[in-house]
Design a binder for this molecule. Sequence first.
Ligand code: PLP
Length: 366
Amino acid sequence: MVNYRPTKAIIDLAAIEKNLEVFKKQAGKAEVIAVVKADAYGHGVVEVSQRAIASGIRFLAVATPDEALFLRKQGIDTRLLVLGATPEAFIPVAQQEEITLAAISLAWLEMASKAANPKLRPLKIHLKIDSGMRRVGVFPEDTEQAINFIRQNHFSFDGLFTHFATADEESGALFQQQVKEMRAVIASVSDPSVMIHVSNSAAAIMHPDLAYDGVRIGISLYGIAPSAYVENQMAIGLTPAMSLETEIVHVKKVKAGEALSYGATYRAKEDEWIATLPIGYADGMLRGLQGQEVLVRGMRMPVVGRICMDQCMVKLTEEFPIGEKVTLIGKQGNEQIRMEEWAEKLDTIPYEVPCILTKRVPRIYC
Ligand SMILES: *Cc1c(COP(=O)(O)O)cnc(C)c1O
């Protein structure tokens, strides 16, 4: 598809590959499971998955059954785990498509055993343990009952996993408690064909000793640190994969005392060069980013006035031509604006930033 508007997200697949190599090296014999849910955290699930597979990844994870089926329809035939809850109607589809499901409770196992088609191959499952997150999973004390039920029904018991609630913070009581709960559960399984995986990016970075048979790497696959704490502590280097760029489409001098954009919230103190950029909150450049800086010729310049649905204004240091490249996220010269900076401005976590960039922003791969 041709895009006439210059706003685009550029995805550096080599950066993703580099980050994967870092985790593969760190994981040793454990498998790196590439988490590509939510359109690969906004980076484009097909392109990211294909590149991950080409660089040796054999296991992908998504959040929903629809995301898994979409990958199968795109011809991706690796092992594929759905991390969240799956409804009854999907059970035979999962059997057919060899999609592995998370067994999230005893009630879910009961439902799945009834919904499974006995004429198809056994339903592949990874038993999810709720070791403290209190989102989905079987409580540790119910593990034995769950495993017995799995062994007596039309299931293939392929894995066991949990999720940490506080792996991105300084290791505290809850994290230690979750690790302890899991050690006991894992000791009770003693079946080498069951793949054990407990770590997300933060745990994989901070606690490489907990790799077991696999680590689930999401955010850091895309070169983003899970939190400022992890970023300050980590011994590995990550390479951001996404940049966000546009071009100046209009430049004018706004006279001292004149206001601009909706609500007239910004008033020029002197005669000022103001550029208009073709990006706004419908692209994911949320109104909360008013005041955020962008890069023009390697210099930082602020977004002034309200961000509109499709456009916003930037105060320039001098007149720049129409067509001048503007980097909203990424590097120019010695300056860099990272997703972490947007997250801070938006008072949120870096995870939200690539997820809020909408479909209207084309993803260009390099
Ligand atoms: C999203 C998710 C991950 C990946 O987490 P990151 O912090 O992005 O690495 C791992 N496991 C589960 C269960 C998830 O939902």
